[in-house]
Design a binder for this molecule. Sequence first.
Ligand SMILES: [Zn+2]
Ligand SMILES: [Zn+2]
Length: 127
Amino acid sequence: MPSNKTQADSSKMDRIVAEARRNRELRERDYREQALKIYPWVCGRCAREFTRANVLQLTVHHKDHNHDNNPPDGSNWELLCIYCHDNEHSRYLDSAGRGEAARGDEQDAPSTYKAFADLKARLKGKQ
Ligand SMILES: [Zn+2]
Ligand SMILES: [Zn+2]
């Protein structure tokens, strides 16, 4: 029955999604622990200091915003309090919007290529 198949598919999807989420959570806990070992418990923006009691409010920010980039020396991590971290990400979203426009510029590349092809043809004509 089609309805049964759909149900099976969606529960499989749920499992995959749940597994991906769990993996991500495990990984995040892992690099967070690492970052807390390497860096002093101080927010990199507002310089608020943290202790064991409130360290949950201290989060790991990825400087290049790529959560998969976790060098063991911590060079891509920055400890930020949840407020400064939020701020950081809303700023990033703004610049990501501008990045979109920059990508649009890249699409002009083929015309440059065409110009070179033209030049080649013209050079050929001269010979
Ligand atoms: Zn802060
Ligand atoms: Zn971040």
